[in-house]
Design a protein around this ligand. Structure first.
Ligand SMILES: Cc1ncc(COP(=O)(O)O)c(C=O)c1O
Length: 489
């Protein structure tokens, strides 16, 4: 095939045969090779169909889709499950808009994904932010405490719902059972963004699932941690607090009218693997993780984010998903961004993301023991290298702090009001005290650090300058070389 552009590039990357600690959970299709689903890869073009006789209809399921959703519901422990073909993003929009009316307040963790903020913009809701606790050394958001949820519910008695990210990208699982009890005590609805937790039901050693903890609606990115294709996700519901007809309407509103059968079939395959091999493969994965982590303990320069490492200041009731691998060599003066690049270019290992402090890898049942052995060798190699890296504090200065460690910016307008106001473009440096007209989101992880309608402060400007100078991608600037930003006129 000649003159394909994106396809050529994808094939080129694929030919590098990288070891993946990245999404999607099937790890470049390798799990389909190992298990008896090899044929699945070969028939993809034939099953790319639409609503014809016998294929059923996602928006009005009565046949095969209905049965597949019912099986997923049984496996995941919901009362009803809906397949999503537009990612968890569409599920998050739908769940927020199913339980609110325009103008309603919604309590959300400040460390939420941009999909939650965009859901509030679409639904014209007002966010009330809860600050997560933070690990100051690793710059990682930790838990949303039950006490902070209760305080906010008392402060905002008219809020309709609470949205919690559980677990976080880094695997931190707040005490959701307690949070659910509190939210329900105040007669509110608990919505959980479990995008990173579709696999939690596979082992007792993992945090409990959000449904087990009592959430009313849960959205999972099946594609992130189970073997489904990118964008394939699910929404689960239980209990009687949510109007299911309104939810179904919202799902139709936010999803394509031509849902991809490839994605839906991949959800079905993921559920078959989950049911028949999931627990066994998860047991193996947890052993590989354990061996990897204990081998890393030998190296002084290497810091992991592990339950054993919880400092007294951070020790709390949250738990950790061990399949998320946080590795930091900052003691050696190596930033996370440098470490990610070194792992990719020298060792052929693709991690999920990095920040100033470390890198994050996602281990799934699609990974094999040899992946962890290669990762351990690479970290050992980089840690013992005499190569010197310019310390990130030299590059960005000592005063720069992660926004998680700053006060939540003040807001002057709701996100939706800000979106529809007239804007002007200014240099970031000159934006102190002005009202943001945009969302600024380092990507990944896709967690906004500045929302439309918020007042821009000096600390945020320093941080944005620092991370862009280190080559991290920041979405939302008008121009990321000249550092321009849209503000309200
Ligand atoms: C916490 C969280 N929620 C939601 C999403 C959106 O999920 P999706 O990519 O399936 O739309 C992401 C994506 O990275 C995420 O990290």
């Amino acid at each position: 095939m000649k003159n394909t552009l994106l396809l050529d590039q994808l094939i080129k990357i694929q030919q590098q045969q990288m070891i993946s600690f990245h999404m999607p959970g099937h790890k470049n299709g390798r799990i389909f090779e190992r298990l008896p689903y090899k044929n699945f890869k070969n028939i993809l073009t034939y099953i790319d169909t639409t609503e014809i006789s016998g294929t059923d209809n996602l928006h009005h399921p009565k046949g095969a889709i209905k049965k597949a959703q019912e099986r997923a519901s049984r496996l995941m422990g919901s009362e009803e499950t809906f397949f999503l073909v537009n990612g968890s993003t569409s599920g998050i929009y739908s769940m927020i808009m199913a339980v609110t009316n325009p103008g309603d307040k919604v309590i959300i963790g400040r460390n939420c994904h941009k999909a939650v903020i965009n859901g509030l913009i679409l639904g014209d809701c007002i966010p009330c932010y809860l600050a997560p606790t933070v690990d100051p050394v690793q710059g990682i958001a930790l838990e949303i405490t039950p006490a902070s949820v209760e305080r906010m519910l008392l402060e905002q008695p008219d809020a309709k719902a609470v949205v919690i990210t559980y677990p976080t990208y880094h695997g931190v699982a707040s005490d959701l059972k307690k949070i659910a009890e509190i939210v329900h005590k105040y007669d509110k609805i608990l919505l959980v963004d479990e995008a990173h937790g579709a696999h939690l039901g596979l082992s007792e050693a993992l945090p409990k699932t959000a449904l087990e903890c009592g959430a009313d609606i849960v959205v999972q990115s099946t594609h992130k941690t189970l073997p489904a294709f990118t964008q394939s996700s699910m929404l689960h519901i239980q209990g009687s607090r949510v109007d299911r007809d309104k939810l179904k309407f919202m799902l139709r509103l936010h999803q394509s009218s031509s849902p991809s059968y490839l994605l839906m079939a991949s959800l079905d395959v993921a559920m078959t693997i989950y049911e028949s091999h999931g627990k066994e493969l998860m047991g193996e994965l947890l052993n590989h993780v354990k061996e990897f982590k204990s081998s890393m303990k030998e190296y002084e320069g290497v810091v992991l984010f592990d339950e054993d490492d919880f400092s007294e200041a951070t020790a709390s009731l949250y738990t950790l998903d061990p399949t998320k691998l946080w590795i930091s060599l900052q003691r050696k003066g190596i930033s996370g961004v440098q470490l990610e690049e070194e792992l990719r270019s020298t060792f052929g290992i693709q991690m999920e993301l990095s920040n100033l402090y470390g890198v994050l890898g996602i281990g799934t049942i699609g990974n094999e023991k040899k992946d962890f052995i290669q990762l351990a060798k690479a970290i050992e190699g980089i840690n013992s290298l005499s190569k010197t890296y310019t310390s990130y504090t030299t590059i960005i200065g000592h005063n720069v702090k992660s926004p998680l460690m700053m006060e939540i910016p003040q807001w002057a307008l709701t996100p939706k009001e800000a979106l529809y106001r007239e804007k002007r473009t200014v240099r970031l440096q000159e934006a102190i005290g002005l009202i943001s007209g945009t969302t600024i989101t380092p990507y990944p992880p896709g967690i906004p650090i500045l929302m439309p309608g918020e007042v821009i402060n000096k600390g945020l400007i320093q941080y944005i300058k620092a991370i862009t100078s280190m080559g991290m991608e920041v979405i939302g600037l008008k121009d990321d070389t000249q550092l321009l930003i849209d503000v309200i006129k």
